[in-house]
Design a protein around this ligand. Structure first.
Ligand code: IVH
Length: 673
């Protein structure tokens, strides 16, 4: 080989290396080298290019956004949370959505609900704060509560006005919308990113705004967060105002009434979706009336007043190479088909879920079969059906394990008391940390975005640290040996230090997030919040490890038998108690700050009977908004029993015996003023 070839070979190897790290960073969020190592690699490539003019590559950093996006942006709290959306897939889902809203709002004629219909661009959402008409702060969504400060990068986007010289522009407002890259523009850089969304995300998170500038990002505005003077009453009015203020809005936005019309429009739009210059994964429906939006509020992370109507799935055929069992955080055993990689709607798929054993039997899916695989948006791809015509003689039936493949414990099915049936899902019967796979998943949950939100401790890192015996329990995260970490392959001083910083930062945590992070089965974010408001501080919460009357929890509206059994079970496990006790010593778990300004503060309420002109759900929400508490039983802790039409006489009787005030709906309303 002559020297020119050798140089070329070295150069291409370096380019390949760079491409690998770009992918690890942008697509997998799992960088394995430090910023400086990355920069060094880049410099070496450019140096080679400068010395040898025959070296050329599409991937050359000299042609593209060069430096790696930074992981270390400062953060800032959103003044109003950035929510996500629940999904609808068909007419039925939409009918249910509208029914729920109408029940909540106590509407009789729900066919008259007006929706603002907007394409759901698949990009990256951003929140822009304008004070005195000037763009002063730009945040990424982050975990919805807190985002990264990316103001300077956002300022490079031409669609984002820096100053708005309009009289009617509020003097303190957050404008929210989607940052994306057009499909045509993406074509030019598509070798470096899996899809336009990744390109937008990577470029928005560049340390150097000059790098962001090189990618032609766009911005479409669609909602607001905080707003000090909202002189608009409808979402559609707001969208029109946005235009007059100089923002881009989507030209496909519409107002539609009636779910049948929504579906018709969806069908028409779906046909057009590939002709648009942006990636869309569905349509967003928002109740147009902002007063109704306010009344409806939100649950957990999604508003009650909006829904995303997804487009139908993309599908393709491929062959099942083998079937593996995945074990989840709650011990559920999920069969996953490893398939011959296939491109479905722009994404390469090599795994597809088979859900559970019953599904495999019902669809008669065998190893070696050619199957139809479906992928819809961000949902995990699944095996839809078998192409029986293509079945060969050597396909093999899959035998579902009787014992957990990770720890050998028996596999069980839970009995559902309500449906009086056994669950389809099979579980490892081992408790928590005793099963290795469950333990790893529990730790991944602990560090996840909605829980401790530890950046730099992604799934792959958790697995690696587990293998190295660095982390076996959540508390180990706070006693890591960083001098060992920095010596690991792919690590260095800088990345170890960054990890240390984000772990230190995570130590101060709210009680509800702490409870959620423990991963108690059936205790999601919403229930964790309920429990935190009941216990108020970690000391009270930890009382559950002592002689505790768990039935008290049934007073909490939303906590039922299933949840109580699960909490009890959790606190009966010695390992869990040790983990909690160690964590309590290390962490700074914040007490719950009660909203104690409301008129109903320190008072407890229960409703019985049909209320007039307001739904039970809204009455409860209003009570809570005014600092009152809702109980779900009549007992000594109850202050008021509010009665509507046809109340349960038993409850009234019991309330009277216990000297609890029994009041009418009107009297409750007077308390609220
Ligand atoms: S409204 C109400 N409007 O969808 C809470 N979001 O799943 C959602 N998105 O994070 C914000 N187009 O990135 C809204 N017209 C639109 C949207 C839209 C795309 C994205 C946005 C958000 C995600 C929620």
């Amino acid at each position: 080989m002559n020297s020119r070839h050798l140089i070329e070979k070295e150069y291409l190897l370096k380019i390949k290396e760079l491409k690998k790290h770009n992918k690890l960073y942008y697509d997998d969020s799992n960088p394995i080298i430090t910023d400086s190592e990355y920069d060094k690699l880049k410099k070496n490539i450019i140096k080679l290019e400068n010395n040898f003019s025959f070296l050329k590559s599409k991937e050359s950093p000299s042609l593209s956004i060069g430096s790696k996006p930074s992981k270390n942006f400062l953060k800032s709290k959103h003044r109003v949370k950035m929510l996500s959306l629940s999904n609808a897939f068909d007419l039925n889902d939409l009918i249910n959505f509208e029914k729920k809203i109408s029940n909540y709002l106590n509407l009789n004629n729900y066919n008259s609900i007006e929706y603002s219909v907007e394409p759901k661009i698949d990009g990256i959402s951003a929140s822009l704060t304008y004070k005195n008409k000037k763009f002063i702060l730009g945040l990424s969504r982050g975990d919805g509560t807190e985002g990264e400060i990316i103001t300077d990068n956002l300022k490079t986007i031409k669609d984002i006005p820096i100053f708005i010289n309009k009289k009617n522009f509020p003097n303190d407002i957050d404008i929210r919308g989607e940052v994306y890259i057009g499909k045509k523009e993406f074509e030019k850089i598509k070798d470096r990113f899996a899809n336009p969304r990744n390109a937008a995300s990577g470029s928005l998170r560049q340390k150097d705004p000059n790098e962001t500038k090189k990618i032609p990002l766009r911005f479409i505005a669609y909602t607001f967060g905080f707003c000090n003077e909202a002189n608009f009453k409808k979402q559609s009015e707001f969208l029109n105002l946005l235009k007059t203020w100089g923002f881009n809005t989507n030209s496909h936005n519409k107002i539609i009434t009636g779910v049948e019309n929504l579906v018709k429009n969806h069908q028409e739009f779906e046909k057009k979706r590939y002709d648009l210059n942006f990636d869309v994964d569905g349509l967003v429906y928002k109740i147009n009336n902002l007063d109704l939006q306010r009344r409806l509020g939100f649950v957990a992370n999604a508003p009650r007043w909006a829904i995303a109507h997804k487009f139908s799935a993309d599908s393709s055929f491929s062959k099942i190479l083998k079937i593996e069992i995945q074990i989840g955080r709650t011990g559920a055993l999920t069969p996953v088909a490893k398939i011959k990689p296939v491109n479905i709607g722009g994404v390469v798929v090599s795994n597809a879920t088979l859900h559970n054993e019953e599904e495999i039997i019902r669809k008669d899916i065998r190893i070696g079969d050619t199957v139809k695989i479906e992928r819809a948006g961000d949902v995990i791809p699944h095996v839809l059906s078998v192409d029986l015509k293509k079945r060969s003689k050597d396909t093999k039936k899959f035998i579902f394990p009787k014992d957990c493949p990770s720890c050998g414990s028996k596999v069980i099915k839970d009995y559902n008391k309500i449906t009086r049936k056994y669950d389809a899902v099979q579980r490892c019967s081992s408790e928590g940390y005793k099963c290795e796979k469950i333990a790893i998943e529990k730790i991944k949950h602990f560090v996840s975005k909605e829980a401790f939100n530890i950046e730099g401790l992604g799934k792959k890192v958790v697995e690696k640290f587990w293998d190295l015996n660095f982390i076996k329990f959540p508390n180990d995260i706070f006693n890591l040996n960083y001098s060992k970490i920095e010596k690991l392959d792919g690590w260095g001083k800088l990345s170890a230090n960054n990890l240390k910083k984000s772990i230190e930062n995570s130590k101060s945590i709210s009680l509800d997030k702490f409870i959620f992070s423990l991963g108690i089965r059936h205790i999601g974010q919403e229930n964790a919040k309920l429990l935190s408001h009941f216990f108020l501080n970690i000391k009270n919460f930890n009382n559950m490890s002592k002689d505790f009357n768990f039935n008290i929890l049934s007073n909490l509206d939303g906590i039922g038998g299933t949840q109580i059994a699960s909490i009890k079970n959790f606190f009966s496990d010695k390992i869990n108690l040790t983990v909690i006790s160690k964590l309590t010593q290390i962490l700074d778990i914040k007490n719950v700050v009660q909203n104690n300004k409301g008129k109903l503060k320190n008072k407890t309420f229960m409703f019985t009977g049909k209320l007039s002109s307001i739904s039970r759900a809204e009455a409860k929400a209003l009570t809570e908004k005014n600092s009152g508490k809702i109980l779900s039983n009549v007992n000594k802790k109850l202050d008021y029993l509010v009665i509507g039409e046809k109340p349960t006489t038993k409850k009234i009787k019991l309330a009277e015996e216990l000297n609890i005030k029994v009041i009418t709906q009107l009297e409750w309303k007077k308390l609220l003023n």
